[in-house]
Design a protein around this ligand. Structure first.
Ligand SMILES: C[S@@+](CC[C@H](N)C(=O)[O-])C[C@H]1O[C@@H](n2cnc3c(N)ncnc32)[C@H](O)[C@@H]1O
Ligand SMILES: [Zn+2]
Ligand SMILES: [Zn+2]
Length: 636
């Protein structure tokens, strides 16, 4: 294959990988939340560099580093290719994901046994909390499958806590007409086929419309966020299931639930001044665990205690189990609202990177439910997928049909992979001039506040990663711009420059620096280019590739679904190369799209074209004279 054909095949492979990541990348997706990249673009970039001589043909003696490694995509790609990897990130929650993934690969049998055991114990200890008793309309042995809560808020006009009136459709079914409705006369919840229905409780005729639950039920005033008075979540309805009679239905919950057990989750405060934290603080949330429902606090305390006190588990096993259990939390909180008829369709808050408490919340029962995302069965299913992938690594197409062999996961380089919590600019596990490659998927200029959002998962992390000193560093060092003004950009650029200078110091003279990035705003590119230049790097090669992160783009009309992969050399090693111009790549992609086998690939949108064109900031500079820094030629 020519390089262009290789690139085309990788572009298509990336499209395939971007579909169901729990299937195409089950090991790193054991726990879902982190802005994780696709593996294919990095795998292709490394192969491409090897082909043109940027990396040694034999990678067994090569050393690589990802200093902003997040969920671990790049370090795991490098290790699977045989590179000896240093992986670091400032954020302990991200590092736990990687420790979990590595440990799972090396130790999945122990994990499987312990996970099973813990789930059984949790059910013994907490199962009774989900029983529905004293409700006349349902069989006495019923369990809740789902519990629906309404936000009770402070009404400024009546000056007391009120829950809003609710009527109409609570959630619509995706494929059928109808959905879940609440009768506006008797408040009964029921599933209907058509929005014009007769209430099965009071018999009144209803015409459901969109749910209205924004205003106070008493005075109809609109609720405003109130940082003094936190929201209470009141259970209102349940979907019940009777084990004996094998029947199910919906019912109203009459009493507020009271729990004897107290939760033992850490009380970590929500910062008043933050980009995302301010969002929830303004609704009265002062500690992170308040983002869980009362019963969930007990559930997760129980899980934590069982993991911590398990003497058969090593520290790494504990981290792994805790990471897997985090999966439950991603679908279970007041940040999620019902989207379909169960929680399978709950969109978790972290896709859109906003922390906004919802007015109506659906809590799944984690036991005995098979087809829903917030259940232990799903955790077990994820483990099963991961295990299959470890035993027989494969690449799957989007529809899960075509399977081909892939690189192994359990290889020597995986054993020796070093994973640490560190700011990239202070990472010193490797010697100076030691690395063949540094590969960084750099923190986006201004869109994801990793430092703030990750606090949410501290509730479920083991004591190990939750040392306060780590978190002081997270606040101090996370490189993200909390705005897009020139001065925000300058600040971000300075941080990146410090990081890149450190990379420069750690790379061998002929070492390469691979960066992935995308942004359509010019300021995000000029500050990046400035940072690279001032740290002594010059571009050698680049290419665009498909990189859509699943559903993350659904909230924008013109999402950027490509990444630009850029390869830099040290100025001192500079010799003439001729990277393609943006227009060449744009034309090339459009040409490919004329081919039959590209017919399912989405066309470049205007933002993506803009993004590709931003590469000029590197290339224009390249064709002019070398800078002072750059004139230090090889041999000087
Ligand atoms: C785009 S994400 C990386 C995602 C990763 N490639 C993956 O696929 O999971 C950027 C990462 O940079 C980390 N980060 C930001 N500033 C940092 C710093 N100064 N030192 C180390 N890591 C940093 C963030 O915690 C975040 O995990
Ligand atoms: Zn009714
Ligand atoms: Zn009121």
């Amino acid at each position: 294959m020519t390089e262009e054909e290789e690139w085309g095949a990788s572009y298509l492979a990336s499209v395939n990988e971007s579909g169901r990541k729990d299937l195409t990348n089950p090991i790193l997706y054991i726990s879902k939340w982190w802005a994780r990249r696709l593996m294919t673009p990095f795998s292709y970039a490394i192969d491409r560099m090897q082909r043109y001589g940027g990396l040694p043909v034999n990678l067994a003696d090569a050393k690589g580093w990802d200093g902003v490694s997040g969920g671990g995509t790049i370090p795991f790609v490098m290790a699977r290719k045989g590179i000896q990897v240093y992986s670091s990130d400032i954020n302990p929650i991200a590092v736990d994901l990687q420790i979990g993934a590595k440990n799972l690969i090396l130790n999945y049998e122990t994990i499987e046994v312990n996970l099973d055991r813990i789930i059984k114990s949790v059910e013994d200890e907490c199962g009774h909390l989900y029983e529905l008793k004293n409700i006349a309309t349902i069989p006495s042995d019923s369990m809740a499958c789902y519990t629906y809560y309404i936000a009770k808020r402070w009404c400024e006009k009546c000056s007391s806590k009120k829950h809003p009136s609710i009527g109409g459709v609570i959630c619509r079914h995706h494929t059928e007409s109808g959905g879940l409705v609440v009768c506006s006369h008797c408040n009964e919840m029921q599933r209907v086929q058509d929005y014009e229905y007769e209430c099965n409780n009071c018999g009144k005729k209803n015409k459901a419309s969109k749910s209205k639950y924004k205003n106070c039920a008493d005075c109809d005033a609109k609720f405003k966020p109130n940082s003094e008075h936190a929201i209470d979540y009141i259970p209102m309805w349940a979907k019940w299931y009777s084990r004996k009679e094998k029947t199910s239905g919906y019912c109203q919950i009459q009493e507020e639930m009271e729990y004897q057990n107290k939760d033992s989750l850490p009380a970590i405060s929500v910062s008043k001044n933050g980009y995302n934290t301010e969002q929830i603080y303004s609704h009265g949330f002062k500690v992170w665990k308040e983002l869980l429902l009362d019963r969930q606090k007990i559930l997760f305390s129980t899980i934590n205690n069982l993991i911590e006190s398990n003497s058969d588990c090593s520290e790494n096993d504990k981290v792994t189990l805790s990471v897997m259990m985090r999966g439950l939390l991603e679908y279970n909180s007041i940040l999620c609202e019902p989207k379909g008829l169960g929680t399978g369709h709950i969109r978790h808050a972290f896709h859109n990177h906003v922390l906004h408490p919802k007015s109506l919340v659906c809590e799944p029962t984690p036991f005995k439910l098979s087809r829903q995302s917030g259940s232990f069965n799903t955790v077990l299913k994820k483990l099963k997928n991961a295990k299959n992938e470890i035993i027989s690594p494969s690449i799957m197409t989007r529809d899960g049909k075509k399977v081909t062999q892939n690189l192994r996961w359990d290889c020597d380089a995986m054993n020796s992979m070093e994973i640490t919590v560190s700011a990239a600019e202070n990472m010193n596990s490797m010697n100076d001039e030691d690395l063949d490659i540094a590969a960084f998927d750099i923190p986006y200029f201004d869109s994801v506040m990793y430092d703030e959002l990750s606090n949410y998962f501290r509730i479920l992390s083991t004591k190990n990663s939750d040392e306060e000193k780590n978190w002081i560093q997270v606040n101090e060092f996370t490189a993200v711009s909390k705005g897009d003004t020139q001065s925000d950009a300058d600040k971000w650029g300075k941080t990146m420059s410090r990081i890149f200078t450190h990379v420069h110091k750690k790379l061998k003279p002929e070492g390469r620096f691979l960066i992935s990035y995308h942004h359509s705003k010019k300021v995000a590119w000029t500050s990046l280019a400035g940072a690279l230049k001032s740290s002594g790097f010059v571009i050698e090669d680049w290419f665009p590739i498909w990189a859509e992160m699943g559903t993350s783009s659904s909230h924008s009309k013109t999402p950027i679904r490509i990444d630009l992969m850029m390869i830099f050399k040290k100025n001192s090693a500079r010799e003439k190369t001729t990277p393609k111009q943006p227009l060449d790549w744009i034309k090339h992609i459009e040409q490919c799209q004329g081919n039959e086998h590209w017919k399912d690939v989405k066309k470049l949108n205007e933002k993506e074209i803009e993004c590709i064109n931003q590469m000029k900031v590197f290339l224009d500079d390249y064709s002019s004279k070398p800078t002072n820094h750059g004139s230090v030629s090889a041999g000087n």
